[in-house]
Design a protein around this ligand. Structure first.
Ligand code: SAH
Length: 378
């Protein structure tokens, strides 16, 4: 029998550690605690790319660090788009897997924020296990969680490439962030900390398909991050058809968890609702959605469905989309409908697909433009 393939061990990354972790590490190695502060200053304030540049640390400490930690950010295989448009970064991870991160300029971001802020849409897993029937990311199943350093590294790498700070972050790339809660929480701490990347907690949105117990856990993390729920159906009957997770946590259970979130955070949440023709776009659904949104004091973000090759779903006609949003607005719900031309932005988030490694190299199963860019990068 052939030996099973050996999984490479993930190196410890400098971007895996919080300040407390660094303090623990330096003290354990017999160095005073202020060294930890110096290390994070080099990493996140001065943005050096090697331990050699950490000139106020002793040679001995620098050598120890270099033995214990890997400094490299994931290399990007390819960047598509330009700085003024939606830009996709394809990163190669240490084990050869690929993930995508999307940089969205101010005029087109998730919050409709036109203040010159850039939003980054990050991935939290390689693949996804939740099997939403309309989504491209889950088509090839789940591979693994991203490490803390791989989540933080997406931001570091994009900032390094573009030279501009990221001010908004959405966890709407590949994967279910709440299924990777431990790493997500630590990454959020590093992203938010003033010693770290310093993105305001209110400018970070975690989007979930509705993992109720994890929503309750994250609610207790003392950070004013925002929550977006991928609802996509106003009744169990409709939601269940397109989101198998609803069989595990039905709407009652999900709403209980959201209530806990709001008890802790005292903030509005967002329902994301993709409009899919003939599935969830009736005014009957709009009516129930309005009641649900009102009961939880939620905003509704309507997204016309983006067709995915190989999947049967379609977006409804514009008239139906407008009727749906008008119904919600009339019912007193704060609702927005994405009307941007082209599918650039929508295609950016929630539509990232798993790439596959084969004997011939990396091929792409479903995102032709990435496939093209990989082959031209070779
Ligand atoms: N797993 C998380 C985050 C990733 S998906 C979640 O479910 O929220 C990010 C968003 O993109 C979700 O609201 C998802 O439903 C949406 N999305 C997925 N496929 C899409 C498509 N084809 N068109 C428009 N939005 C899509």
């Amino acid at each position: 029998m052939p030996a099973p393939p050996i999984q490479p061990k993930q190196p410890n990354s400098v971007f895996d550690l919080t300040l407390d972790d660094w303090i623990g590490w330096t003290e354990y190695h017999g160095h005073p605690k202020f060294r930890a502060k110096q290390i994070v200053q080099w990493l996140y304030e001065k943005r050096v790319s090697s331990f050699d540049e950490m000139t106020n640390l002793s040679q001995d400490l620098r050598a120890r660090l270099a033995e214990a930690f890997d400094f490299t950010l994931m290399p990007h295989v390819r960047v598509t788009g330009s700085q003024d448009t939606t830009q996709k970064f394809l990163f190669r991870l240490f084990d050869g897997r690929l993930i995508e991160t999307v940089r969205i300029p101010a005029n087109a971001n998730f919050h409709g924020d036109r203040s010159g802020r850039i939003t980054l849409c990050v991935s939290s897993q390689v693949g996804c296990a939740y099997d939403c029937k309309f989504c491209a990311s889950g088509l090839a199943g789940f591979t693994r969680n991203l490490s803390v350093g791989e989540i933080v590294g997406q931001v570091m790498a994009v900032e390094r490439e573009s030279g501009e700070p990221i001010r908004n972050l959405v966890f709407m790339g590949m994967g279910e962030p709440l299924a990777n809660l431990t790493n997500l929480t630590k990454a959020l701490e590093i992203l938010n900390a003033d010693w770290g990347i310093n993105i305001g907690a209110r400018h970070m949105t975690v989007s979930t398909s509705g993992l109720a117990p994890q929503i309750e856990k994250l609610a207790k993390v003392p950070m004013q991050i925002r929550l977006a729920i991928s609802l996509h159906g106003a009744t169990d009957e409709v939601r269940e058809k397109i989101m198998p997770v609803n069989k595990k946590y039905n709407l009652n259970r999900l709403f209980e968890a959201i209530q806990t979130w709001q008890d802790h955070k005292k903030q509005m949440i967002t329902f994301e609702y993709i409009l899919i023709e003939g599935v969830n776009d009736s005014l009957e659904q709009a009516d129930i959605l309005a009641k649900r949104a009102r009961s939880l004091h939620a905003k509704v973000n309507l997204i016309p469905y983006n067709t995915v090759e190989g999947l049967p779903w379609k977006r409804p006609g514009e008239e139906q989309q407008e009727a749906f949003v008008a119904f919600l607005t009339k019912a007193g719900i704060s609702a927005t409908l994405r009307r941007e031309k082209g599918h650039d932005i929508d295609a950016a988030c929630g539509q990232l697909r798993l790439q596959e490694e084969t004997a011939e190299g990396t091929i792409e199963r479903a995102m032709p433009e990435v496939k093209r860019s990989i082959s031209s990068a070779r």
